[in-house]
Design a protein. Structure first.
Length: 274
C-alpha cells in the first residue's frame, strides 16, 4: 500500500506500518548519525545497514556498542553482534532493538548506491546552509550600511524621478501681514454681573419676625363669625312674596272615568215600548 497523504487516525497509522511496501519500510528503518559524522558528511540521518557500528542510546542495554549483524525489515528490528541473552532452557539468542533507539557511529560505504545517497544529501544540506546564512547576514546588517545602500539606490534612479530643487536665493518668504489693532477706548469693557447680596440676620431678629406671624394665625383661628345684618319688616315681606311666586305648581292629576257598557233591552221591554 503506497502512502498518498498523511494520516492522523491511530488505527490507520498502524495499518500503514503493517502493510507498507519494502521501499517505505527501508526509510522507516532510519537512525540518527553521531555528531562527528554529521560534521564530516553533512547528513543527519540514514537508514541502517548490515556492517554499520552503532551505539544503544535507550533501554536496558544503554551504552552498548557493536556492529549490526542482521536487519529485520518485516518486524522493524536490528540485531547487534555480542548483544545476546539466555533463555530459561539455557540457549542464547540475539536481542532485537528498534532503530529509533540507536545512533550510527560509523557508516558502511561499500555499496555505491549508498555513496550516491550521501553525496546527494550533502548537496541539499549545503544549499540550506547558504540560505540560512544569507538571512542571518541580512538581520545582522548595521543601520549605517542600510542607509548607505538606500543613498546608492537613489543615485541610480533616472533624472526625471529626482525632484529639481530651487536655489536658496529664489526662496524668499513674504513678510507677514500685521493686523491693525483697535484702540483701547473702542474695546468693550467687560460686563460685570451683579452678584446677589447675602443679608445676614441675627438670631434675635429672626425670632421677632416669627412671633407676630404665630399671633395672627391664632387670632384668625379664634375669630367668631360675623353677625348677619338685621332686616326690616318690609324686606322680609318682599322675600316671602318672591318665594311664593317662585314655587312651581303641583302637577294636576287627570282622572279617567270608566264607561259602563249599555245593557241590552229584554223582549218584554221592547214590546211594551211599542
Amino acid at each position: 500500500m503506497q502512502i498518498t497523504k498523511q494520516v492522523k487516525a491511530p488505527r490507520k497509522q498502524r495499518k500503514q506500518l503493517f502493510t507498507a511496501p519494502a521501499h517505505q519500510r527501508h526509510k522507516l528503518m532510519a537512525a540518527p548519525l553521531a555528531p562527528d559524522l554529521i560534521a564530516s558528511k553533512g547528513v543527519k540521518a540514514l537508514p541502517v545497514r548490515k556492517g554499520d557500528t552503532i551505539r544503544v542510546m535507550r533501554g536496558d542495554h544503554k551504552g552498548f556498542e557493536g556492529k549490526i549483524s542482521r536487519v529485520d525489515l518485516k518486524n522493524y528490528h536490528v540485531y547487534v553482534e555480542g548483544l545476546t541473552r539466555e533463555k530459561v532452557d539455557g540457549t542464547t539468542i540475539f536481542v532485537s532493538i528498534h532503530p529509533s533507539k540507536i545512533m550510527i557511529k560509523t557508516l558502511n560505504l561499500d555499496d555505491k548506491w549508498r555513496k550516491a545517497v550521501v553525496e546527494r544529501k550533502q548537496a541539499l544540506r549545503k544549499k540550506e546552509v547558504k540560505k540560512v546564512s544569507k538571512k542571518a547576514v541580512a538581520k545582522e546588517e548595521k543601520p549605517v550600511e542600510k542607509a548607505a545602500k538606500a543613498v546608492e539606490a537613489k543615485r541610480k534612479l533616472p533624472a526625471t524621478k529626482i525632484k529639481q530643487e530651487r536655489p536658496a536665493e529664489a526662496k524668499v518668504k513674504a513678510p507677514p501681514k500685521i493686523k491693525a489693532e483697535k484702540p483701547a477706548e473702542e474695546k468693550a469693557a467687560p460686563v460685570e454681573v451683579a452678584k446677589p447680596k447675602v443679608v445676614t440676620k441675627l438670631p434675635e431678629e429672626v425670632e421677632k419676625e416669627k412671633k407676630p406671624v404665630r399671633k395672627r394665625v391664632k387670632a384668625a383661628a379664634t375669630k367668631k363669625p360675623a353677625a348677619a345684618p338685621v332686616e326690616s319688616k318690609e324686606e322680609k315681606a318682599a322675600i316671602e312674596v318672591q318665594k311664593v311666586v317662585k314655587k312651581p305648581r303641583a302637577p294636576v292629576k287627570k282622572t279617567t272615568v270608566k264607561k259602563t257598557p249599555a245593557k241590552s233591552k229584554t223582549k218584554a221591554e221592547k214590546e211594551g215600548g211599542t
